[in-house]
Design a protein around this ligand. Structure first.
Ligand code: PAF
Length: 273
């Protein structure tokens, strides 16, 4: 597996390939990321992963500085998963100048849910993803469904800028108890890790109640209250339609989405139903 630290190294190495399949990451990789790499493998003639902790998508009080940097371990895992090339630029390489040109996704999709509680998050994500796409020039890129809204925002960007890239969704990988795998699970204490499964359980319960006919607003309020009663600080527990994350109408396919803080760790998850 080749490790490119600079854009020049990346381009030189990719020159012999026509169809890169790409998995962007921020490192601290777990089985969820590796499943995305395995999903990417048949989509191109070279499998590329990036490791770059993108300052632009963190708010000042968030965990940019403490975000775990586990490069050697990440590379060993990527190689074992069949990755051919890792692009791991220094911040100075990807942002040699202050990044004053940015991608602002539409507020109707990007200013709610994650965007409401993490203002500017999707601008940071879109800006770095567009830049990584320009560097790697992939034919296909794989994003996890765990970041459901992110996947939709990226799909919209690719469509509206007519980027010739197939965006492929990777299924959420879960621990045996049902907790979605996430780099931030590593922040949880043993007791919090036991408690963390309550987030997917609350989503399942909310989805079941709505399927059985409960009014959506009532099911959402109950899910928020149930988590609060267990010591969580939920940002949102909500049921939306899958196509645009707006309130569902009768007959729409739905997704339950949740974000909640357990201690200082913020977890997100979702469930299509
Ligand atoms: O999902 C992530 O890990 C990040 O948001 C991404 C897509 C790598 C952009 O920094």
């Amino acid at each position: 597996m080749y490790i490119a630290r600079t854009l020049q190294e990346l381009r030189t190495h990719l020159a012999q390939h026509r169809h890169p399949a790409f998995v962007p990451t921020m490192g601290n990789l777990h089985e969820g990321h590796l499943a995305l790499v395995r999903r990417a493998k048949p989509l191109g003639d070279v499998t590329v992963a990036s490791i770059f902790v993108n300052r632009l998508q963190f708010l000042p009080h968030e965990d940019f500085d403490s975000y775990p940097r586990t490069f050697a371990d990440d590379c060993a895992r990527l190689e074992a998963a069949g990755c051919d090339l890792v692009f791991a630029p220094a911040e100075q390489e990807l942002y040699p100048l202050p990044q004053t040109y940015k991608v602002h996704p539409p507020g109707a999709l990007a200013d709610m849910l994650e965007g409401e509680f993490r203002p500017g998050f999707f601008t940071g994500v879109c800006t770095v993803v567009l830049k990584l796409f320009a560097c790697v020039q992939p034919s296909a890129a794989v994003f996890g469904k765990k970041d459901y809204q992110q996947l939709m925002v990226i799909r919209g960007m690719v469509q509206q800028f007519a980027l010739p890239i197939e965006i492929v969704a990777g299924e959420t990988q879960r621990a045996a108890d049902g907790l979605a795998l996430s780099s931030r699970n590593g922040y949880l204490s043993a007791a919090q890790r036991d408690e963390a499964v309550q987030l997917p359980l609350a989503l399942q319960h909310m989805a079941r109640q709505v399927s059985e006919g409960m009014e959506i607003a009532r099911a959402e309020a109950q899910a928020m209250a149930a988590l609060q009663a267990r010591g969580w600080q939920p940002d949102y527990m909500t049921v939306r339609r899958r196509s645009d994350l707006q309130a569902p109408q009768a007959g729409d396919s739905r997704v339950a989405l949740g974000a909640a803080r357990l201690g200082t760790t913020r977890l997100i998850d979702n469930l299509e139903f």
